[in-house]
Design a protein around this ligand. Structure first.
Ligand SMILES: [Zn+2]
Length: 451
């Protein structure tokens, strides 16, 4: 039987597997008993292993950090497919369907995790099954690895998995988009601040997450100050003081040009409003020295670089000033020609020049895989073979699930230009895309390990 035909004949089974997984609200949380990421993630892993065992895979539970399903009972895996079972929380009132129930509507399957990443996990599992059931012989074993804590960004699941098990030499993750991502920029997050001597500025607060351009910030100024009207900035009096609310536009930290930073807009406004005393100006000037309004490429940090992986981006994303203490955070993505050490050194120097103290800095080096390796070429060929579309390697500013796995690439399964509402309301995957991805993964397995 042909792969496509097998997958079509079994598509109802794939959907029923997906509904079993979507039913479990597996938001990665804190440890509970034997479950390092909470009971629900544990349940999702148990269900995944059960589904795999029913299909004849050889299963393994890695302490509920992750689990795996091998196509053949014996032999180390040569190819690993890495997906995750945890999901992000939902705001149920914004969903038009129950988020933890798979709902089919007009060729789409709705449910949390349908696209990120339970659907892709099962597309890969059925691809493995199809290869075997259609009678193809493979030179090596294939292992599907399901982690339980991708969404936390800490990757404790993979870290633990690698301590206990051997990661296959070739790995792809169906946790991003097609065609293929071979280059991911490096990332740094830093916290800076210290004591400040402001006079008029009593407090500033804004930003909710470190990896987004902040869309709003509030400042509290001493006394009732009449300010000029500016678009996006409003002010009012409260208990004898002035509250200023400044609005910008949110965007992901890897694409800051799509947003408008509310902090730098506010600071530039305050500087031009002329109400500030020396101490206030020093603070605002210092912050603008690091993050000039409208700048997103870290030029002020002397780190503006552009190469084939893209340009440096830097976002001032969290600010908290109260009682003379400033704590601020920023997110930076840097191209492959820079290193963590070099960026850290420049950031430290710039922060100190601006009159602040660098309190903390963490991050990861860029990730890059040879675009011409046999492995990558086999994936590209599988993509084009099934879809008829041109395949190419991409570089991104975000980090995927394989960021810290040497040689790992991201391969699907979101289709470029399609918005599956990942992490949003009414997350969906189309039945077509699911079937096509399964076929691509099957062809990829054959391309890499077929005899
Ligand atoms: Zn994901």
């Amino acid at each position: 039987m042909k792969i496509r035909e097998y997958l079509e004949n079994n598509f109802e089974n794939l959907k029923s597997d997906l509904s079993r997984l979507v039913k479990i609200p597996s938001v990665s949380g804190s440890p509970e008993g034997n479950y390092p990421f909470g009971k629900e993630c544990g349940k999702a892993l148990d269900e995944f292993l059960k589904i795999a065992e029913e299909k004849g895979f050889t299963i393994r539970n890695c302490g509920y950090y992750a689990g795996s399903a091998d196509l053949y009972p014996e032999g180390e895996a040569e190819l690993g497919i890495l997906a995750h079972l945890d999901v992000v929380p939902v705001t149920e009132k914004n969903w038009s369907v129950p988020p933890f129930e798979l709902t089919e509507r007009e060729g789409r399957l709705y449910g949390r995790g349908a696209e990120d990443d339970k659907g892709p996990l099962l597309a890969a599992m059925w691809a493995m099954k199809a290869v075997k059931e259609c009678g193809f012989k493979l030179k090596g074993n294939v292992r599907l690895i399901a982690g339980c804590s991708e969404e936390t960004g800490l990757e404790l699941d993979i870290e633990e998995y690698r301590k206990r098990e051997k990661m296959p030499e070739k790995v792809f993750t169906p946790d991003a988009e097609f065609p293929i991502i071979t280059t991911e920029k490096g990332m740094l997050r830093f916290t800076f601040g210290g004591g400040v001597n402001t006079d008029t500025i009593i407090g500033i607060k804004g930003g909710t997450v470190v990896n987004a351009v902040p869309s709003e910030v509030t400042a509290l100024l001493k006394g009732e100050i009449s300010l000029s009207h500016t678009e996006g900035i409003t002010s009012y009096f409260e208990k004898g003081n002035t509250v200023i609310v400044c609005k910008g536009k949110s965007a992901h930290a890897s694409t800051p040009r799509q947003g408008e930073n509310a902090f730098t807009k506010l600071l530039a406004y305050l500087m031009s409003a002329g109400e500030l005393t020396a101490g206030d100006r020093q603070l605002a000037e210092g912050l603008l020295k690091l993050f000039p309004d409208g700048e997103t490429d870290a030029k002020a940090l002397d780190l503006a670089v552009r190469d084939k992986s893209g340009e440096t981006t830097c976002v001032f994303s969290i600010i908290d000033l109260q009682e003379g203490q400033l704590t601020a955070k920023a997110d930076m993505r840097f191209p492959i020609s820079l290193s963590k050490a070099k960026c850290s050194e420049k950031i430290k120097a710039a922060v100190e020049r601006a009159g602040f103290e660098l309190l903390n800095i963490t991050g990861s080096e860029p990730h890059s895989v040879d675009e011409n390796s046999e492995f990558v070429r086999a994936l590209l060929a599988a993509y084009t073979g099934v879809t008829g579309k041109p395949a190419f390697c991409k570089a991104i500013g975000g980090g995927t699930y394989v960021h810290n796995i040497e040689g790992g690439v991201a391969f699907g399964m979101e289709i470029e230009g399609e918005d599956n509402h990942i992490h949003g309301d009414d997350e969906w995957v189309s039945t077509d895309a699911l079937l096509t991805a399964a076929e691509i993964y099957a062809k990829a397995i054959l391309g890499i390990l077929g005899e």
